[in-house]
Design a binder for this molecule. Sequence first.
Ligand SMILES: *Cc1c(COP(=O)(O)O)cnc(C)c1O
Length: 474
Amino acid sequence: MSRRSWAEPFKIKMVEPLRMTSPQERERAIADAGYNTFLLRSRDVYIDLLTDSGTSAMSDRQWAGMMLGDEAYAGSENFYHLEEVVRRYYGYEHLIPTHQGRGAEHLLSILCIQPGDTVLGNMYFTTTKAHQELAGGRFVDVVCDAAHDPDDLSPFKGNVDLAKLERALTAGGRVAYLCLQMNVNMAGGQPVSLSNLRQVSDLCRRHGVPVYLDATRAVENAYFIKLREPGQADRTIPEILLEICSLTDGCTNSAKKDCLVNIGGFLAVNDPDLAERARNLVVVYEGLHTYGGLAGRDMEAMAVGIEESVQFDHIRARVGQVEYLGEKLVNAGVPVVRPIGGHGVFLNAAKILPHIPRDQFPAQALTVALYLESGIRSMERGAVSAGRDPDTGENIFPSLELVRLTIPRRVYTQAHMDVTAESVMEVAAHPRRVTGMRFVSEPKHLRFFQSRFAPVSADVEAAPRARKSLAAGV
Ligand SMILES: *Cc1c(COP(=O)(O)O)cnc(C)c1O
């Protein structure tokens, strides 16, 4: 039988008109934004694929839940509902809500990391690593080598390399914990297998090192496990999710992703002492432990969102839409990270723009070109995101120089994906029209959010010596 089409498992009840812009308007807008898509005004964007963070469309049931907000300062009903839902689907005993994921990362980092500690992870994530380093920790990557290869077709490229893990655990010095990210974001949304997680959990336990999950995309990861891992096809998403969590000591979670809300996050742990210390600290940084920086209505929307997020029809369509866009680009010969990830399609900017040297940030340049072409907003995930080495101050050039087309959940239709694919193909067909970028200003922390750039002018590009002096002037 030929492959059947699928459609979004919802119908549209309310619409938000999109604004189209002219090429001249876009040129002005991106120049005003310092050639950084984070600094664009959203009114100047047509299809917004900057991030899947907080950009989900809420359901009618979630909006109904907003009306049930119990805005008591302490002991809100919505907190207890959320606590019950987190226990049911994630399985952790103690819930500490936070304003978003990095709030939870902050708490976990300052509670568990002592200056000089090593913190392990399967590839870094920007905010996670920033908090670990601010707490005095040193990040060590134990992800498998396949994660760094955009053309490697392994089904679980988020897996931990057990030999690297063993080496890190026995290297001497204190290891604070392993932060295990589900559906590794910076690798292109690549999942971790259950069998890898079982071995990782076992090895860490034997060394007395706790494992904390970055559960931000654990539901999408559970879907890939069901799809790809032998013996898992007949299990439900909630069953797999519960087993994932049971192999760890707790999690941080940005509810702005899988959990289908516009704001929110949480720390959830099993250790009662750690929970008590977290409840005490959350008061300092976020708010009382029964709201952690959220309104009651936000917690209610999150509780309903978690229930919806684990439904098979939802997660199949969510990941399926990303795959739809990815396959279109693959079929057109555009180099993308494969297999296609769970939350976005990652364009291999280094391959699409081979004439732009790494120190002119090809991925940043590609985000600009794509915006100018069609008003589509994407995100750099390459050297600009990687930042500088804390010891030498030099730019870090990671093996992956990517542009992420991140798909918000339940927001865009297949037709938007078609338009996106056509725009990417147009840019990729004319690489020579794209010029490199240089820094004009660069903030100290998480520089990709707020840096400003300028195009490296055409005559500079023709003269390598001039280019070098420009780069040195950064
Ligand atoms: C978004 C994200 C975070 C941070 O969460 P925020 O809600 O943006 O603070 C942490 N880890 C991963 C993997 C993420 O994608």
